[in-house]
Design a protein around this ligand. Structure first.
Ligand code: CUA
Length: 329
């Protein structure tokens, strides 16, 4: 996930949507202008050293300083500022009311993701993954639960701070399908560098299918919970019952799995954890082995994260929990 940012061309210069396209236009203009200014300064330096005395005198005069040192940078920088703000204004436009909305909350050190309906109610929760349809502008409502983070998925848009107590807006849009890596771009503590996510852009039909399976999962989840409760009455827990172990070992106090008694809010929602691409916010690929490793010893993998290492659990217990979590898609 985080590795995905180190490809070539760098994602900032490889826009995959209209908003990032504007940022790239601005970036290239600044590179070009910077190059031109460097060339002018180098030429002036050359004249000052090797030029004819008349030119040297002109360069050293008061007029040259007013023009080259005050007027030129003043005009150029002001024009650039106005143009840059105008060009990128659409990235942070207020919500009109008919857009697709997703709330992303920065936490130390992962991203809470909430899909919203048009009136702002949460319809689905996830973490460290944002799924969007191709060709549809999406408004992200960015918040923070603790310190200042910064949301950045360079293929799709600009960078925007996530500030405690405030809600900032950022629009993203993809014009091609793909998986686009993102990171937290503001130092936020020890594991800032391991705070990644991925934005997955689906062709519209695939997106609807993806959304459909998720909704079915959320709807059927409550039935599962009732089944489980009736089963739980009077049965003793086996060492390999992943679900029961998850509920009894403390996991459920911090994690929610929709439709089960696990209702914790401190950590990432695990309702769809089995379908996520990564674990630990972009740190590990998601499969049974890494899931076991993460539960058993997340403190070695991402020191200081808020989940303790469950090294008190036996290997078969860790595996049972991981197998059950893998099924939560
Ligand atoms: Cu969150 Cu850096």
């Amino acid at each position: 996930m985080i590795d995905a940012l180190w490809g070539w061309p760098p994602p900032v210069l490889d826009p995959a949507g209209p908003y990032s396209d504007k940022v790239t236009t601005l970036a290239w203009s600044l590179f070009g202008l910077g190059f031109a200014v460097t060339a002018i300064v180098a030429a002036a330096l050359f004249v000052a050293i090797k030029g004819p005395p008349k030119w040297k005198a002109m360069l050293g005069g008061e007029r040259a300083i007013w023009i080259g040192g005050v007027a030129f940078p003043g005009v150029v920088l002001t024009a650039l500022l106005v143009w840059g703000l105008t060009l990128t204004a659409s990235l942070t436009e207020p919500i009109r009311g008919d857009e697709m909305r997703i709330r992303v909350i920065g936490e130390m050190w992962w991203f809470r993701v909430q899909y919203l309906d048009p009136s702002g109610n949460i319809v689905m929760e996830d973490a460290n993954e944002i799924h969007i349809p191709v060709g549809v502008p999406v408004v992200l409502e960015l918040e923070s639960a603790d310190v200042i983070h910064s949301f950045w998925v360079p293929h799709l848009s600009g960078k925007k701070d996530m500030i405690p107590g405030r809600r900032t807006l950022l629009r993203i849009e993809a014009d091609r399908a793909g998986e686009f890596g993102g990171v937290c771009a503001e130092y936020c503590g020890g594991q800032h560098a391991l705070m990644g996510f991925v934005a997955v852009a689906h062709p519209p039909a695939d997106y609807r299918a993806w959304q459909g399976t998720r909704m079915v999962r959320v709807a059927s989840a409550s039935t599962q919970a009732n089944d489980a409760l009736s089963q739980a009455a009077g049965t003793t827990t086996q060492k390999t019952d992943g679900r029961a172990l998850f509920m009894q070992s403390g996991c459920a106090a911090c994690h929610r799995v929709a439709g089960t008694e696990a209702n914790g809010l401190a950590g990432p929602d695990l309702t769809h954890v089995g379908s996520r691409r990564s674990l630990g916010a972009g740190v590990l690929p998601n499969h049974l082995g890494t899931l076991i490793g993460w539960i058993g010893d997340s403190q070695s993998i991402k020191p200081g994260n808020r989940m303790p290492s469950y090294d008190k659990l036996a290997a078969d217990e860790l595996e049972a929990i991981a197998r059950w979590l893998e099924q939560q898609k």
